[in-house]
Design a protein around this ligand. Structure first.
Ligand SMILES: [Fe+2]
Ligand SMILES: [Fe+2]
Length: 277
């Protein structure tokens, strides 16, 4: 957590800033962009408190919204969540987060979420969505952790032992929540999907091929392809690749291990003229 945030404008493919989704969205270049800071795999620990608080404090005034793509903590202990809450206190921008697999390790999910959300500075989105208005633009965020499941050639089947089929069903619940959330925020000019697990194997390039089924699944891609949000963010794949697309939708792996810095700041357009999705 040494380097400061840097801004990218436009997105690598230019689509989210200046062009349209299927010709249906128009940016208003006279409006200020929404600065969305993002990071995944922050892995807060009690003995790193000072560095983490300093890192987040440096983001003040640099963004309008902060999104955290899971693995907020190292082992999911509430004390680690309290470090994140402290780092986000009075940051001056809404903070939305999803949990990651590390955040489940201690199996103290409810206590952890309570510790993170204490004070009201951070909202954990767990198969949920929220909207906020920033720089005059309504931004909708759907937050789903996602889960394992694999990609073409490595798909986990919905077959066999009940335990294996329950893993498949858990991912199905995330896919359904993602679909539901995207429908709920359909009217927001800026719509962002926040995940921990990857919805495409294109951002896994660099990871060992044998573990791809554990890093995400393209089952999460179907609602994204259908609803065409402005931006999709995920983490989890520490050795993966930053940029990919699902159709025309930009997907970014914002794991800090991929970024090589503490945060990435996206500048998104005011899609005030967006059509209904
Ligand atoms: Fe991680
Ligand atoms: Fe992870």
């Amino acid at each position: 957590m040494e380097q400061q945030a840097t801004a990218e404008r436009p997105l690598a493919d230019g689509r989210a800033v200046t062009s349209s989704a299927g010709g249906r969205l128009r940016s208003r270049e006279d409006e200020p962009p929404v600065r969305v800071a993002a990071a995944g795999d922050v892995h807060c620990r009690v003995d790193h408190r000072d560095a983490i608080v300093a890192s987040f404090a440096a983001l003040r005034d640099q963004a309008d919204l902060l999104l955290l793509a899971g693995d907020l903590t190292t082992t999911g202990e509430p004390e680690e969540g309290a470090v994140l809450a402290e780092a986000c206190r009075d940051l001056g921008m809404p903070v939305f987060a999803v949990l990651g697999n590390h955040d489940w390790h201690a199996n103290r999910r409810d206590e952890l979420v309570e510790a993170i959300e204490v004070g009201g500075d951070v909202v954990v989105l767990d198969r949920a969505h929220r909207t906020c208005e920033t720089t005059g633009v309504e931004v909708g965020v759907v937050g789903v952790k996602g889960f394992v499941g694999g990609f073409p050639g490595s798909h986990l089947p919905d077959f066999g032992e009940p335990l294996l089929r329950e893993v498949y069903a858990e991912t199905s619940r995330d896919v359904e929540a993602l679909e539901r959330g995207l429908r709920e925020i359909a009217l927001c000019p800026v719509r962002i999907v926040l995940l921990h697990y990857a919805p495409t194997d294109a951002t896994l390039a660099g990871e060992a091929p044998g573990i791809q089924a554990f890093l995400g699944t393209d089952r999460l891609a179907a609602p994204i392809a259908e609803h065409e949000p402005t931006l999709v963010l995920h983490g989890h794949a520490h050795a993966g690749t930053f940029a990919a697309q699902i159709g025309t939708v930009p997907v970014r792996n914002v794991s800090i291990h991929v970024l090589g810095r503490d945060f990435h700041v996206f500048e998104l357009p005011d899609h005030a003229a967006a059509a209904i999705h």
